[in-house]
Design a protein around this ligand. Sequence first.
Ligand code: DHE
Length: 476
Amino acid sequence: MKQLYTQHCAECHGAERLGGMGPALLPGNLGRLKMEEARQVIAEGRPATQMPGFAQQLSAEEITLLADLAFTAPEEMPDWTLEDMRASQLVPHPAGSLPDKPAFEADMMNLFIVVELGDNHATLLDGDRFEPIHRFATRFALHGGPKYSADGRYVYFASRDGWISKFDIYNLKTVAEIRAGINTRNLAVSPDGRYVLVGNYLPHSLVILDGRNLDPLQVIPVRDEEGNSSRVSAVYTAPPRNSFIAALKDLTEVWEIQYPQATDSGTPEFSLRRIRLDDYLDDFFFDPEYRHLMGAARNAKNGQVVDLDAGRKVDDLDLDGMPHLGSGITFEYEGRRVLATPHLKKSEVSVIDLTTWKTIRRIETLGPGFFMRSHENSPYAWVDVFFGPHKDAMHVIDKRSLEIIKTLRPEPGRTAAHVEFTRDGSHALVSLWEMDGALMVFDAKTLEEVKRLPMRKPSGKYNVWNKTRYSEGTSH
Ligand code: DHE
């Protein structure tokens, strides 16, 4: 098998499967690619990429062997050092070299980035007219929400392969890129744009980049005091705390990484604070003050609430259905603030009181969901049904009654998923999550579809205003 790989694949995917011109062929790097799809890609190639088909050269058995390899973990944990990162770095437009004015006219705060997973592109969309402004190539298999700089000028993307890209929206150009890991979870950007934190599965590390040209500043190996290492589940920025928070998959700790203040000079010093817990805290949400984390471990029965100031767990949480991070929203319900989240393994939306930490409602859905969204100006929250026979359904929940008031089926039989509102909350944008899919625009009051733009498997979409203002109805 090794010989087959070396002969046919290594030139583009790297001798150790860590990637090169083509993506890394390691478990986890290939997104939701299934075994059967992997076989098909090897046999027939991947349209719109350099990946050729090998059906003429390889037998079905050999194709299966190679596909198997892509789902097999490497024997030794590969490393990815600061030197490797530096060698990968591309800075076609160094900070300060491009005009500080937008090259086009639009409400710069009502733009959307729409990620099109189908052919690894992103579309910049005018959120007033619902017209594309620009479409550009991204790295393979982006995952997690792209993050904006506070002024909305730059957007940072992370790919599962570890590529971090910085795109200048004013000038419609990718200005810097670096490979910060071999298998990356996501990134976070400090509100002042000075630092980018990247969380990796492979190697077990956190990487701090300079926000300007993505120069790598520091690698933090993720280990406990006994030397046990861990994958990073996700990293987030916590603006009021001047820190990043990292969720760890294999250690019962949460990490807070404090960055230096803007007035500091010289080499920046990042301090690491370990919050030790009794159980794993894989996925979590912040409360609006960024004081508490609420999370569930992937295998645990109960979630836990962690007080970041006190540095300890303060309560248990009835959260057992595996929420997908980035899907929780908060809103006022009967005078109290609640959190609502769908689950990847349960057909329900949980609504949790953020004062008592009790689950106050379980809203039954037609299947497990991935993404939930709302907006301050809308009485409704939208949640998809990503899995199962009802993947074409999108529930609309009234935030005042916590009842599903309508179930939309924009294209029967085809996946409808991931919602994001316009800046003013007047419209909700939904993905028809298919190769020959579309971005569907709904009037958020009448719930009628008003426009459809063809797109290649559009996944997440991100409104500049809602993201940079930390709207309560969207992911941060
Ligand atoms: Fe995601 C966000 C974890 C599978 C699409 N996903 C996130 C975040 C985490 C996460 C921690 C928040 C990071 C952020 O936004 O910065 N996702 C996981 C998993 O652990 C899981 C279940 C397994 C895995 O393979 O990683 C998983 N996610 C998926 C998918 O299969 C999806 C549907 C398709 C894909 O891209 O691979 C998917 N995840 C997304 C998207 C976001 C995301 C589109 C950003 C949501 C947002 O609106 O902010």
